[in-house]
Design a protein around this ligand. Structure first.
Ligand SMILES: [Cu+2]
Length: 229
């Protein structure tokens, strides 16, 4: 009987563990960590060159310094040594979902070449990864629809990287810049012309008829005062 109970408890524990950890993916009610790696060396590394602690904030307030952007990380670029181990603390300052995804990593260590942290709202997560020795620039972004396009894009360089990625806020020019065209029709042109004419004409008439306007205002105010009495 005792053996049976222990067996059942062990089965329960295994089931709980598998619910939390699906092939490199850790989940709970706050968020998700996918493909973290703090031990396995990339094939081209003989040892970890440096341990780097990086704190990355995500939130709307970090986009204020970039015109036309809505979401951003607090930093847009990091540079580390070849074979560096990065210990990331990812903090979401918003009440909405944000991700920190790093792409282009070796597939034999990181399935789909991807490292992925995700927070469903305000909070923080910690996870590590070890980078290969190759001089390269990795894409860092949030894949929630429109978040990258609206500014949540950055780059992680190894040994200075192999160039800048496009559309990194404050660093590189966009591939296609946002345009805000005016829908010019006869009506909008006529309204604009009318506004310009009115803007020029009103001060002119005010100056010309200043005395008359003053008299009219004075009389109106006097009438009002009498009525109140
Ligand atoms: Cu996001």
């Amino acid at each position: 009987m005792k053996a049976l109970l222990i067996g059942l408890m062990m089965l329960g524990a295994i089931e709980m563990a598998s619910a939390m950890n699906h092939g490199g993916m850790l989940m709970d009610e706050k968020g998700m960590i996918m493909n973290a790696n703090s031990d396995d060396l990339p094939r081209d590394c003989t040892k970890i060159s440096e341990n780097v602690d990086i704190t990355i904030h995500a939130g709307q307030k970090y986009a204020r310094k970039f015109t036309g952007k809505m979401f951003a990380f607090d930093q847009q670029e990091w540079d580390v040594k070849p074979c560096a181990k990065i210990n990331i603390t990812f903090i979401n300052d918003d009440q909405i979902r944000h991700q920190l995804m790093i792409h282009g990593l070796p597939g034999y260590l990181y399935p789909e070449g991807m490292f992925h942290l995700e927070l469903y709202g305000q909070g923080q997560l910690q996870a590590s990864l070890i980078l290969p020795s190759q001089k390269k620039t990795y894409l860092v972004h949030c894949e929630v629809p429109q978040h990258m396009e609206k500014g949540m894009k950055a780059q992680l360089k190894v040994a200075g990287g192999d160039g800048d990625l496009p559309s990194i806020p404050g660093i590189s020019a966009p591939v296609r810049a946002d345009v805000y065209p005016v829908d010019w029709t006869n009506l909008t042109s006529a309204i604009l012309l009318l506004c310009v004419l009115a803007g020029c004409a009103i001060p002119y008439f005010v100056i010309i008829y200043a005395e008359g306007i003053k008299d009219v205002l004075h009389k109106s105010l006097t009438k009002l005062k009498f009525k109140r009495k």
